[in-house]
Design a protein around this ligand. Structure first.
Ligand code: NI
Length: 139
């Protein structure tokens, strides 16, 4: 674990009041943990912008399994991308709707390419990618 450093931050009292209100609402016990989380959030966001870094994504998609051969199409796309798919779960939401959650690990550009392909597939009602991290570069 790297050494802990203390540093001072100058900001207006109004901004600090707003910040304290925000972090209180979010359940933080102190400013340090809130600031650390905000820094991590920015670092993860940069990781995704860089494209070539190995990262982790959680992708969900909702679709009507009665529609054409959608289940088969989604299945084929996944079988063709086993190099970045770590796990997937299928949940039958109701008589016609299905939810699929796919956990991916790989270059952010590859994850985006695959999740964009799935989201834009005809018949998919909603696709959503959570861009997270392997955690290895975050302390
Ligand atoms: Ni289903």
């Amino acid at each position: 674990m790297s050494k802990l450093i203390r540093f001072g931050v100058s900001l207006s009292s109004d901004l600090l009041k707003k910040f304290d209100k925000l972090i209180d609402r979010k359940g933080y016990k102190n400013r340090s943990e809130a600031i650390r989380d905000m820094i991590r959030e920015e670092l993860v966001s940069e990781e995704w912008k860089e494209g070539g870094r190995e990262t982790v994504g959680v992708f969900s998609l909702v679709y009507d399994h009665h529609r054409n051969d959608l289940s088969q199409v989604i299945n084929n796309i996944q079988h063709n991308n086993l190099n970045i798919i770590r796990s997937s779960t299928h949940v039958h939401i109701d008589h016609k709707n299905c939810l699929e959650v796919i956990i991916l690990k790989g270059k952010s550009s590859e994850i985006r390419k695959l999740t964009d392909l799935l989201t834009s597939t005809k018949g998919i009602k909603h696709g959503k990618l959570i861009m997270t991290s392997t955690g290895s570069d975050l302390t």
